[in-house]
Write a protein that binds this ligand. Structure first.
Ligand SMILES: [Mg+2]
Length: 122
């Protein structure tokens, strides 16, 4: 499986890499919303996108809208430190499939991915 990890924090990429270290999955990395959009445009067969909400340049929710407006149907899990129900329901309205609150554990991440993908991840 190919997973696009989008976050402006390098440490987040590092701990997500560690969570997947013993799996066969391939992680791709983007550091803002525009990079995520560019990666989706240039890369085949991405199975799921993890999209941080708060990023410079193009934010997660802006990238979400652009991806869906552009016709992408790749499942998207928003990752957010917001616990604002209004924002989260807005993201779901724009076409996010799920959301995860920071900080999260490996169990929570894998559980959400399995819900979205309807298959085992680990
Ligand atoms: Mg961020």
């Amino acid at each position: 499986m190919k997973i696009l990890v989008t976050d402006d924090s390098k440490s987040v990429h590092g701990f997500i890499e560690a969570m997947f270290a013993e799996t066969e999955h391939t992680l791709l990395h983007a550091y803002d919303g525009q990079q995520a959009i560019d990666t989706v445009a240039g890369e085949q067969n991405i199975d799921v996108i993890l999209l941080d909400w708060e990023m410079p340049n193009v934010t997660g929710v802006e990238a979400l809208k652009k991806l869906r407006d552009g016709g992408s149907e790749i499942p998207i899990v928003m990752v957010t430190s917001k616990n604002n129900v209004k924002d989260i329901s807005e993201a779901l309205t724009f076409g996010a499939d799920e959301y995860i609150m920071k900080p999260f554990t490996k169990d929570i991440l894998f559980e959400k991915l399995e819900m979205v993908l309807e298959r085992k991840v680990a």
